[in-house]
Write a protein that binds this ligand. Structure first.
Ligand SMILES: Cc1ncc(COP(=O)(O)O)c(C=O)c1O
Length: 480
């Protein structure tokens, strides 16, 4: 694992115009996919909120790390010591990227954001009357773990814009009078792309004695983040995110949090590597952060994550933000001109600086599953549709009644899954281009004018449509 990481990324602070693209930095963007009716075209991926392709530099980092791969921590050979060094270096790089305070925060490597949030939850033992506060905006991964750990109360979102309601947050913090141990909020919504004012949220939380946990799964690849210093009322105490949403899809993620919090009590995950001594009736936990990292770490994934952050740091997150905002504005502009497409109303109410390039749309002509299928099969465009693991938020945004929800629940429990109301979500990454947005607009326009080119059959179990008499030959595509 030669340490080529110090090499300067050769594209610092490039001037941003809509003509500039970052495509050369990514692996796999040239792949052509088959189209219904014959032919192929270069894949257009507008599903970056789900997962992202790797930077080439990340692939190269992993390739070079593979040759030197070995155990970390207690190995005595050269490769082990090199691996241990790379592991420690990655931790520093991740901490620096999120603006952590080395005196206050530490980085715990995890598998992904879901793993990180569950581990954090597992650490908390609530006292009598204590509770967690989260919001209706959250992804299920930042909702369910808290709910199964203790009492939870929820902060509303404003309607119709969908932004977390800060007045309601404050009212809830007051109502619970210092008994809220932790407030868990997403740094950006995976449904609407809205970015709440984290500094203001942090001030409110800390004024009421609560810790703040930010689920940065969506935010991490698109905005500069500064977790802040110990004692700063605007600091973020804990943060969780996944590598696969920041151009490092190798199975790693991180939980960043106060070292002192982790030093107390039992770790969120127990097992080998987290201890100094074990007897049959006692255990001495090792020092933080290793205390929180039971099991063999995913060294390659961790190197990938750190390398990706270096690449983004080299570009500069302000430059990333500016570039993606320009793309997002173009997307809004093109969508507005398409007859039959409705951008979710709330999106239009929020300033571009308060949002990411995540745009939920609906069609007046097709349900969300059919529209997504036609874009994929006929145009080679990858999007996501449905509720995006955020059922309470979608329910809120679409104004679905309690009676309807009870009905859906009964149907699901009876083994009769139905297509729930939802959106088609368009989500941009750094490498998407103006041409791709225009191509999407062309596809949506043609679909609404001419209809799909095939008859699509609904597969209820997977909530997806497939064209009648057509199937991809995936085995042929996977053959080496
Ligand atoms: C806001 C948010 N939180 C959490 C997650 C869960 O991430 P992962 O599946 O990588 O654990 C996602 C994934 O889409 C997300 O968008």
């Amino acid at each position: 694992m030669p340490d080529n990481d110090g090499a300067q990324v050769p594209f610092t602070a490039m001037s941003q115009t809509m003509t500039h693209t970052y495509r050369d930095l990514f692996a796999g963007l040239d792949r052509e996919v088959p189209l219904l009716g014959g032919g192929r075209r270069r894949y257009v991926n507008l599903d970056n909120a789900a997962t992202t392709p790797p930077f080439r530099a990340v692939v190269e980092r992993v390739d070079s790390a593979v040759a030197w791969y070995s155990s970390v921590h207690r190995g005595t050979g050269f490769k082990s010591q090199l691996s241990t060094h790379a592991f420690a270096q990655a931790r520093q790089r991740v901490a620096a990227f999120v603006g952590a305070d080395p005196e206050y925060h530490t980085v715990v490597f995890c598998a992904n954001a879901t793993d990180a949030i569950n581990r954090l939850c597992n650490r908390f033992c609530l006292g009598p009357g204590e509770l967690f506060l989260t919001t209706v905006v959250e992804h299920h991964s930042n909702l369910l773990p808290w709910r199964f750990r203790g009492q939870v109360d929820y902060v509303k979102a404003k309607w119709p814009c969908g932004m977390i309601d800060l007045e309601h947050l404050e009212a809830k913090l007051r109502e619970h009078g210092g008994r809220v141990r932790l407030v868990a909020v997403s740094g950006a919504s995976n449904v609407t792309g809205l970015v709440p004012p984290l500094a203001q949220i942090a001030r409110l939380c800390h004024a009421h004695g609560a810790l703040l946990m930010v689920d940065a799964s969506q935010l991490i690849a698109h905005r500069g983040i500064a977790m802040g210093r110990a004692g700063d009322p605007e600091r973020i105490d804990f943060m969780a995110f996944s590598g696969h949403k920041i151009y490092a899809p190798y199975g790693s993620g991180a939980l960043v949090g106060p070292r002192d919090e982790f030093a107390q009590g039992r770790p969120g995950l127990v097992g080998g590597g987290a201890v100094d001594l074990v007897t049959l009736d006692d255990v001495a936990w090792t020092a933080v952060p290793e205390k929180e990292e039971a099991g063999t770490p995913n060294l390659l994934g961790i190197c990938a994550l750190a390398r990706s952050m270096e690449v983004l740091g080299g570009i500069g997150m302000a430059v990333v933000q500016e570039h993606e905002q320009a793309l997002t504005l173009r997307l809004f502009d093109r969508l507005r001109k398409i007859h039959g497409i409705r951008i979710f109303g709330g999106c239009e109410m929020v300033n571009i600086t308060q949002r990411l390039g995540v745009v939920p749309i609906q069609s007046e002509r097709f349900d969300h599953a059919l529209l997504a299928a036609a874009l994929g099969y006929e145009w080679g465009i990858g999007v996501r549709h449905g509720c995006f693991c955020a059922h309470p938020y979608i329910t809120h945004l679409l104004g679905i009644t309690k009676a309807d929800l009870d009905h859906y629940m009964a149907e699901v429990r009876a083994g009769r899954p139905r297509l729930l109301p939802g959106f088609v979500r368009l989500s941009l990454g750094l490498y998407n281009t103006a041409d791709e947005i225009d191509y999407l607009a062309e596809a949506l326009t043609a679909l609404h004018r001419d209809g799909p080119r095939a008859t699509y059959l609904f597969d209820a179990a997977n909530e997806a449509y497939h064209p009648q008499g057509f199937a991809y030959d995936f085995d042929a595509w996977l053959r080496p």
